[in-house]
Ligand binder design. Sequence first.
Ligand code: GAL
Ligand code: ZN
Length: 654
Amino acid sequence: MITIGMAYYPEQWPRELWEEDAARMEALGVKVVRFAEFAWSRLEPRDGQFDFGWLDEAIEIFARHGMKIILGTPTNCGPLWLYKNHPETLQWGRDGKPTDTGIRGHRCIVSPVFRVYAGRIVEKMAERYAGRPEIYAWQIDNELENSHCTCPACRQAFRDWLRERYGTVEALNAAWGNAVWSGEVSDWSEIDPLLAPDCMPDWHNPAFMLDFERFGASRTTDYVKFQRDIIKRFDPSAVVTTNACFPAHMPDFHQEFAGLDVAAYDNYPPIRPPEDPEELYSNGFALDFVRGFKRKNYWILEQLAGPGGCWSPFCPTTEPGQLAGYALQAVAHGADLLAFFRWRSALSGAEMMGHGLLDHDNRENRRFYEIRDLVRRLGDIPDLDRTAVHSDVAILYSADQEFALKDQRQSGNFAYWTQLRLFQEACAGLGINTDVIHETESLDGYKVVVVPTHHIIEPTLAARLEDFASRGGTVVLTNRSGVKDKTGNCVFGEPLPTVFRKLCGCVVEEYDPIGKFKQRVSATKGESYAVTGWCDLVKPEGAEVWARYEGRFYSGTAAVTRNGFGAGKAYYVGTVGEKAMYRTLMTEIFREQSVPMLTTLPRGVEVTTRTGEGGTYRFFFNNRGTGCHFPLGGETVSLRPFEAAIRTGEGKWV
Ligand code: GAL
Ligand code: ZN
């Protein structure tokens, strides 16, 4: 059974409401409730004075109504007394100045003093609640980012981390290529990750930036492990996770979740479908990505339950069916737990206009009925959680690529996430599941492996891909691959795509980073596609041409190639095309690989399949604001706006 959950903040509501809210949630079918993630000032109102009475009472009431508790550690928001008494617990910006208190997330997760206080409150909670039957799981902090703090403790920790990695400043200078711009360091104390407000990140040495990001990721991972270890000390079988989101500074999720029991994500898909059909919009990629953190089903700890408005201006409201459709999309991609955010909109605070399931008036409303119907519907499919998403296609990702390509943008209209998403969307529109996995993971069991913009070379990858292709698999590589070594410096003396040259059977003679400008390519079968962002001028060395440029001085030059490699193939996509190009390309690849596709799905309809002991469930999700009809086998399927229809392996709609 898919577990239904709800975010609830007892500390924000009068006690008289708790019982009533618990009873209403019980009637709705809520089985887990998420408490306490921001409640530090209520749990420890003064330094060392703890008050768990209210939380005990809330847990008792909700447990009595059949709910278990996901307990959040409250460390995202330190209480104000902590910052006043210990200003060294504050986070500092890249400008080298402490942030203001009064909002949230302003703590430094590295600060040894903060660790003492955070460790103490987590320990107090774990001591009291870990192992109790009411506790379902633990959520560490909230929506952790890569730490970019520049407080004195972080600056020192960064230097220590570098010293550990490089040993001597000479080795560091050589690795980073610090001869450029007199960047050579003569003493560790000269290293500072500061960034003046008028300074562009791209003005820093990319190798330095890459290490700063890796360091930040290691701090976030260490912080998660620090809290996990405290909880596990009191209950080794506790289920511990944290709620991921995709912030400006992305952590290394694979590293972060390695020590956690289940991957979890806060799912807020965009409410308004874009007017431009070329704009990437589906949240499907995010869901596949999260499933890849642990290569198994995941949880949604915050699922959209009403239009946001936490940070004004307000968002448009959701269309009928949209909330349920998005929730089912999350299930379609492997969610086993759906906790909605939040039960009721807050009456006060910055998020007062971020809509919960109930509005301030506390009445049942259109959204409430929609979610109630969804919960009933999921209740009628009790075996769903005994199924999982199995995929023929893997898309490879790593935080290194994310870091390197964000800190040194390659050209306009070209971004790492877009590269990944274009392939994922093409697959979902053909009814094909995709896994998004870390680039070091095993490729066994896949038929197609897509490696978009493998920029920083993972040393074992070229050989693993050659082996995969030689045994009959299809590899797809794209532009800006094989450019840099692990340190973040450019590879010398080899044409791009360097280590992938043999596999792809081609070289990049020259490139044209066209940014926002458009160019066209024509595929050898006759279709023509708009491309943008980047154009590699590809010279085949044994590969055949799949598409050529039309226009500019390199008209007729190869843009996309296909190379036979052993029993398999390797495609090289030297440019960034419109969506239709990826659909055609992937259709051809799936035909070659005999992967069955659904070719009649209209634009915006995504199909994902869960299979396992519990049966087979195929989710047809109409990810758009208009209804549609399409043929499927001998029948016609009709979907309302945002409807997710579910079909069993026996062909029954449920
Ligand atoms: C999430 C956050 C929640 C709440 C929500 C509002 O990112 O974790 O605490 O702020 O956004 O939409
Ligand atoms: Zn810091």
